[in-house]
Design a protein around this ligand. Structure first.
Ligand code: ADP
Ligand code: MG
Length: 702
């Protein structure tokens, strides 16, 4: 397997090795220049590349190609065209031109645009992103050549997730290179954001999944009583992997490896039926594309194993939800990680400058990071009853916190705490040097050795926005720093003062304690850190003057694009909750209430039958149960009617913003009010009468 694996890896990707093999040297060199230095692509080069790509794809069985893009829905979209082209003799040849490679024109009118494009102006273009390699995808439709593309409107506004990410990568590149020049690193031509997103997911049995409309329509359970066993035993986390899940993971890895995705780590997560997959990090843009492929493959492979993969942030109430840890760092084209402190961070001034830039950026733009991680599902995690908290703070760990404290206090850092030797107390287990800093699992933004880990991102979401924000806000602070340092009379002194000043002004964002504790909420309020509890409350951050200024300055988003994104987010929230409410209504009406009514008849029949058989027998159990169930049934019916009314009212409101605010403030409580009695009924009513699989069935029986 291992030998085969090296051959298998990337076998479905038109990667560098394939390009070297198949492109004329000159063409390859020209394309490389575009990929690496962002130079304009000559149409002749595109023509040759397209032809080579087509030949390669056809040899591998492809009949179609598609521009693969990432509209603001957060998932991917594609439109397939075949390679066939008719000839005058009534036959066909297989063709693929440079023009077709570079530009596509899907009908853009059905994708969210947030008012950027009226439906009568349906034109939208997809444009080849040559920095992310094309790949082949095989499914029931056959083999398709997929070309990663950006998606924009007729007037050039971004309609997707990739375009702003690419723009933000240019911004951070420009600014970081400026800083590095000041430190004398003239050989560095490029700095890229590196990203490693860890993906959490749930697996449930497909047949059971298909019995639950809520899972089918909304991706999460809208009803469900807790089983006798939840996650309290902590016996699932890192537990041995069940056979069925193991065979799923094996196939998933193979599919991903073929696509050049470096699937590396897999393990069981905290909740029963929850798992995680982490790839090895890559350039932000590629990591983002790969994360989309990971999510697609997870679903596709699950199907083949009669499983359903749930990517929702909170598929089960009361059970740990899923997130995506976005590991982020900056690396140079000379192979240096700019966030690597080395063994003695106090001496590493360049590192301290980048570190203080990140701290300042996160402190100034916590609201932007918050919205970059917001979706309807994540409302059940961030700021609700589980972690990470909605308040953004940065965990640095003991070693760095100590260095910073020295700098702030005395203006100088003279020592770095080291990890020391770890001994387990058993002779035969070798001792080793431990890390200078322990981990902190509760921080939303943690420094983990040589990268930051942004842990708020939603599991089902694209990681593009989170990284677009991170790149932009850090680029902005770096640009200010460069402005100041470039004109300094004495670089060393100015640098020293700048680090000290930045750390002093923004140290409030650093928090190394327990982020789940109630005391932290109070402390954060004292520090003036925002606590934005929901998606609806987070959206306006996108259109503040501050946001328009920072995104505008670095050409990542225009004001119009930001307004359109806010609009799309409001709309997506309203739509999501509307679907949830309607699904609840239909499940209550068509499934739960009829089942409970049937059960009350069974109880009543039993009471009558028992009484008829022997008048002096005690039927108080049946009677008590019947009363209790009937009361809950009435409560459910009232809540159902209320939910119907409130949902109708929400839909009658004028703007998507009003709608989504009302869905949050009024519809979600009405949903909870319906769920309450139904979940209470689930534990009272006989199991065989209950119309859908329970939490226990879903979580423990695969
Ligand atoms: P944990 O679950 O303990 O946080 P994992 O090993 O599961 O850690 O995931 C860590 C992730 O961080 C991996 O995807 C890894 O490739 C990524 N990573 C490591 N170094 C960097 C870096 N310099 N930049 C970005 N991501 C990184
Ligand atoms: Mg992690």
């Amino acid at each position: 397997m291992s030998e085969k694996l090296t051959e298998l890896f990337g076998s479905d990707v038109f990667n560098d090795a394939t390009m070297v093999e198949r492109l004329p040297k000159k063409i390859y060199a020209a394309l490389k220049k575009t990929i690496e230095n962002g130079e304009d692509l000559n149409p002749n080069v595109a023509e040759v590349v397209a032809n080579a790509m087509k030949d390669w794809a056809i040899e591998r069985g492809a009949t179609h190609y598609t521009h693969w893009f990432q509209p603001m829905t957060g998932i991917t979209a594609e439109k397939h065209d075949s390679f066939i082209s008719p000839t005058s003799d009534g036959k066909i040849i297989m063709e693929f031109s440079g023009k077709e490679l570079i530009k596509g024109e899907p009908d853009a009118s059905s994708f969210p645009s947030g008012g950027l494009r009226a439906t009568f102006e349906a034109r939208g273009y997809t444009a080849w992103d040559c920095t992310s390699p094309a790949f082949l995808r095989e499914d029931a439709a056959g083999v398709t050549l997929c070309i990663p593309t950006a998606f924009c409107s007729y007037t050039g506004e971004a309609l997707d997730m990739k375009t702003p990410l690419l723009r933000s990568m240019e911004a951070i590149n420009t600014q970081a290179v400026r800083i590095l020049k000041l430190f004398g690193h003239d050989t560095v031509k490029k700095v890229s954001a590196s990203v490693g997103p860890e993906q959490e997911y749930f697996l449930v049995d497909k047949a059971k999944y298909l019995k639950r409309d809520d899972l089918i329509f909304t991706g999460r359970t809208l009803f469900g009583a807790m089983p006798p066993k939840g996650q309290e035993l902590d016996d699932h986390y890192f537990g041995s992997i069940k056979e069925r899940v193991a065979s799923y993971m094996k196939e998933l890895n193979i599919e991903l490896w073929k696509l050049g995705v470096t699937a590396k780590t897999q393990h069981n997560e905290v909740a029963p039926a929850q798992h995680e997959l982490a790839p090895i990090y890559a350039t932000a843009n590629i990591a983002c594309d790969h994360n989309q492929l990971i999510m697609e493959c997870m679903k596709k492979v699950a199907n083949r194993h009669n499983l359903a993969c749930l990517l929702h942030e909170k598929p089960f109430a009361g059970v740990n939800g899923s997130g995506k840890h976005d590991n982020w760092s900056l690396v140079t084209d000379t192979g240096k990680n700019l966030l690597d402190p080395g063994k003695t961070p106090h001496e590493n001034v360049q590192f301290l400058l980048f570190l203080s830039a990140v701290l300042k950026a996160v402190d100034l733009h916590a609201d932007l990071l918050r919205i970059s991680a917001a979706n309807p599902g994540n409302d059940h995690r961030l700021g609700a009853n589980e972690a990470p908290p909605a308040i953004i703070s940065v965990f640095l760990g003991e070693q760095l916190e100590d260095v910073i404290a020295q700098l702030i206090e005395t203006g100088e850092a003279t020592r770095s705490k080291s990890g020391g030797k770890l001994s387990v107390g058993v002779q035969t287990i070798p001792g080793f040097m431990k890390d200078a800093t322990d981990r902190n699992r509760t921080s939303p933004f943690a420094f983990t050795g040589n990268k930051f880990e942004f842990r708020m991102v939603a599991s089902s979401m694209s990681v593009a926005t989170a990284n677009t924000v991170l790149n932009t806000i850090v680029a902005d602070v770096l640009s200010e720093m460069a402005d100041e340092l470039e004109v300094a009379e004495n670089f060393e002194v100015a640098l020293h003062d700048l680090i000290k000043k930045t750390l002093t002004e923004h140290k409030r964002i650093v928090f190394n304690g327990n982020g789940y504790a109630e005391a932290w909420v109070e402390e954060a309020t004292r520090r003036g850190l925002p606590n934005i509890k929901s998606m609806v409350e987070a959206i306006p951050a996108l259109v503040t003057d501050k946001a328009i200024e920072v995104f505008g300055k670095h050409k990542v988003f225009t004001a119009a694009e930001l307004h359109s994104r806010a609009e799309v987010l409001f709309e997506s929230y309203a739509k999501a909750i509307n679907i949830e409410a309607k699904t609840m209504i239909s499940m209550a009406q068509a499934k739960y209430i009829p089942a409970v009514i049937r059960y009350t008849k069974q109880l009543a029949d039993s009471i009558n039958a028992v009484k008829a058989a022997a008048a002096d027998v005690d039927v108080s159990v049946q009677v008590g149960l019947l009363k209790e169930i009937s009361a809950l049934l009435a409560e459910a019916q009232t809540a159902l009617k209320k939910l119907q009314e409130i949902t109708a009212k929400a839909n009658s409101l004028e703007t998507v913003e009003e709608q989504s605010r009302f869905f949050k403030s009024d519809v979600t409580p009405a949903m909870a009010a319906l769920r309450g009695p139904i979940d209470a009924l689930e534990v009272l009513v006989a199991k065989e009468v209950w119309p859908v699989p329970s939490y226990g069935d879903l979580l423990f029986e695969i």
